[in-house]
Design a protein around this ligand. Structure first.
Ligand code: ADP
Ligand code: MG
Length: 682
């Protein structure tokens, strides 16, 4: 037994902890030590934009083509930090634009002086993207590659005063010598550095004050002053309010700009006896907190105009100007987001006027690719929910969500469902890739309107809870929930739109019906040995027919005419008209003959059309013997039940159902057939 108690948990923790790493993350040293670090790894001096860009790149990327254009998918957006929890799917083109802006900012081409504004409809992953950035910035500061440093003052009287904004230690180099010193540093690191070392801006007011006072005390000798400095590595953390800030406007009357830039501490003024002593200032404004990292502006356009100047100064000049206080340099990525309705409302507003050319707007639309949308829900629900989710359930919800976002096609020969499938990469006769690209181009508002993933997520959750006793969740539960939720959807009060969304649910239900009908048919027909037998009989007849021979009856040994009825009943399943039957049979025999010459034997799976025809024929034969429609009547004889159980087992084994969802789907398809039977006989 472990010496660390019965459970061994302490022992386990002892094993897991990484003391080396801890030591590295809590490194401390002199200014001179730090200079050595810079010489070895000049990247420690990168600014906030450079760090963010490198961080995104560090996870690698892959490229693919879409409409003949190369698209880069940055793996960063798979959320490697949290097991995919905040992964962003399906909008690679827009993420690519975002990364290009980061790149250009990292190279100091201008965007580093702007506010990034993510703009899109409600629930389009804007917050998710920013959350991912913030999480990543925290993580990166803990990695050897992402290390960054700050300093604190150790004053002769024993006081320790940290740089209140976690500033870069190189700012301690006196401004009048900086150019020369930094130039020399750059010379020394030229071979290693990805970016040129640059030391922008002044020290924060507290350090400036201590610098000035200290220099007096040591008779102007900077080399002596600098011995008061301890350089330390910093670990950024939103929770600890280091390097990561979030600003969320509260109600409009209550906004106070000190929340952004910090405030004078009146108690300290009394202590220090002067209101110009920078130590009487609280550097706890969000901009101060976020220095060296990233600040998020939630719903940026709800910001009071009073904040505008702070925001513009912060982005354009990299300084904040606290009220009644010295201006202070900052180094941080400023990223805001806004919902598209809000943006449109404010387009002609003064606030926007001032903001427009200082922001870089990045569109973050909804996903318009069905399979990508489905990834959201399978991430959210497949892994985390214990209950079985029937096949197609989440896919159908995603299909509807995407359909609500598409404009009706203007071409008369194209339905919105077909268009959706084209967008998802399916092919349709008569439509080339260029046509699809054209379709997308002409629908400019697509992806900016429609149902948000959040609505769908909420309704799936509701369905899970509502039918808590149901052993599995199926598509109808979800589609019904989506439908009933429309009644009191807070964002859609337009009746016409609601009707359209309902109609689209109808389209989805119909599509679902087709899918499961097909699956049940396949399950009924997928008795391999029976299909093989059927295929054998068919081929025997075809062979005899094409060679004008007779077929030997395996039971009686008598020679009989080829079984025309059997052949036609197979061929009709794939719409081969009587006039084409000879060609079809001859082609088939030629194919089989060619195979035989190669020493190969024909197998029905080699010919897709024949395979399909045989399956449908099998289904037809089996359907009657299985009497699926009797499921609806509840009274089933044991023999039928046994057959149904076999089909059910196939649904489970081959199509991903569990027992209860297979029963559901069989009942559903049975009801369709019962309807169909009634129609036929009626
Ligand atoms: N493209 C997408 N990829 C992955 N998840 C998405 C995507 N779009 C929306 N979501 C999901 O929808 C929900 C709402 O996203 P959120 O970031 O809060 O939206 P916004 O801030 O734009 O209103 C989140 O659960 C998010 O993961
Ligand atoms: Mg949001």
């Amino acid at each position: 037994m472990s010496t660390h108690g019965p459970s061994g948990i302490l022992g386990m923790i002892a094993q897991l902890q990484d003391l080396e790493r801890f030591k590295e993350q809590h490194w401390e040293g002199s200014f001179e030590d730090y200079l050595e670090i810079v010489r070895q790894r000049p990247d420690v001096t990168r600014n906030a934009w450079q760090r963010l860009y490198d961080l995104v790149l560090s996870f690698g990327s892959e490229s693919y083509t879409e409409y003949r254009k190369p698209i880069i998918r940055y793996k960063f957006f798979d959320d490697p930090f949290d097991n995919g929890k905040d992964a962003v799917f399906g909008i690679d083109v827009h993420l690519m634009k975002l990364v290009n802006v980061l790149k250009s900012a990292a190279l100091s081409f201008g965007p580093e002086k702007r506010v990034l504004l993510l703009h899109g409809p409600v629930g389009s992953a804007k917050s998710t993207i920013v959350r991912l950035f913030k999480k990543a910035v925290e993580w990166y500061s803990r990695q050897p590659d992402g290390a960054l440093y700050t300093f604190e003052w150790h004053l002769p009287d024993g006081q320790v005063v940290p740089s209140p904004m976690h500033e870069e230690p190189l700012r301690l180099i006196p401004p009048e010598m900086r150019t020369q010193v930094v130039e020399e540093l750059n010379k020394q690191v030229a071979a290693k550095a990805k970016y040129k070392i640059e030391v922008d801006g002044d020290l924060d007011p507290v350090s400036r004050f201590l610098f000035r006072e200290g220099l007096k005390q040591v008779g102007g000798d900077w080399t002596q002053l600098i011995t008061r400095i301890r350089v330390k590595r910093i670990l950024l953390s939103e929770r600890d309010r280091v390097g990561i800030g979030t600003f969320q406007p509260k109600d409009e009357k209550n906004q106070d700009s000190t929340e952004l830039t910090g405030d004078i501490n009146y108690r300290k003024i009394a202590e220090l006896g002067s209101d110009s002593d920078p130590r009487a200032f609280n550097f706890d404004g969000e901009f101060c907190v976020a220095n060296r990292g990233i600040i998020e502006f939630v719903e940026m356009l709800k910001l009071d105009v009073a904040f505008l100047y702070d925001l513009l100064g912060a982005s354009q000049e990299h300084v904040i100007k606290p009220k009644k206080f010295a201006q202070t340099h900052i180094d941080e990525v400023i990223i805001g987001h806004t919902n598209e309705p809000e943006y449109r409302k404010l387009q002609s507003n003064d606030f926007m006027e001032a903001l427009r050319d200082r922001t870089i707007k990045i569109d973050v639309p909804y996903i318009t690719r069905w399979s990508q949308e489905a990834r959201i829900y399978s991430r959210d629900f497949k892994r985390r929910v214990k209950k079985h989710i029937a096949p197609h359930t989440l896919e159908m919800a995603a299909m509807w969500a995407v359909l609500t976002r598409l404009e009706d096609p203007k071409k008369p020969n194209l339905t919105v469902l077909q268009k959706m499938k084209l967008y998802d990469g399916k092919t349709l006769p008569g439509f080339t890739e260029d046509n699809v690209k054209e379709l997308r181009k002409t629908a400019i508002r697509e992806g900016m309107e429609g149902i948000s993933p959040r609505y769908v997520q909420d309704k799936i959750s509701n369905a899970l809870v509502r039918d808590a006793d149901a052993p599995s969740l199926n598509a109808f539960m979800v589609l019904n929930e989506l439908e009933s939720g429309l009644k009191n959807h807070s964002l859609i009060n337009d009746e016409e739109k609601k009707k359209r969304y309902r109609d689209l649910l109808g389209i989805v239900k119909k599509e679902y019906e087709d899918i499961v009908k097909n699956e049940v048919q396949k399950a009924i027909a997928s008795d391999e040995s029976a299909i093989q037998r059927l295929c054998g009989n068919y081929i025997d007849s075809v062979k005899a027919y094409t060679q004008k021979e007779r077929v030997k009856n395996p039971f009686t040994g008598a020679y009989e005419e080829p079984d025309e009825r059997l052949m036609r009943s197979v061929e009709e399943k794939i719409d081969i008209p009587p006039a084409r039957k000879d060609d079809f049979r001859r082609e088939l025999m030629n194919y089989i003959g060619a195979l035989a010459l190669d020493g190969k034997q024909f197998n029905y799976k080699m010919n897709d059309r024949l395979y399909k025809a045989l399956e449908l024929k099998m289904f037809e034969d089996q359907k009657d013997s299985i009497k699926l429609s009797s499921l609806v009547s509840q009274v089933i004889d044991p023999e039928t039940q046994a057959k149904i159980d076999i089909v059910k087992q196939r649904l489970i084994d081959n199509f991903g159902y569990d027992d209860s969802s297979a029963t559901d789907v069989l009942n559903f398809v049975a009801s369709i057939f019962a309807r169909g039977d009634a129609k036929e006989s009626g």
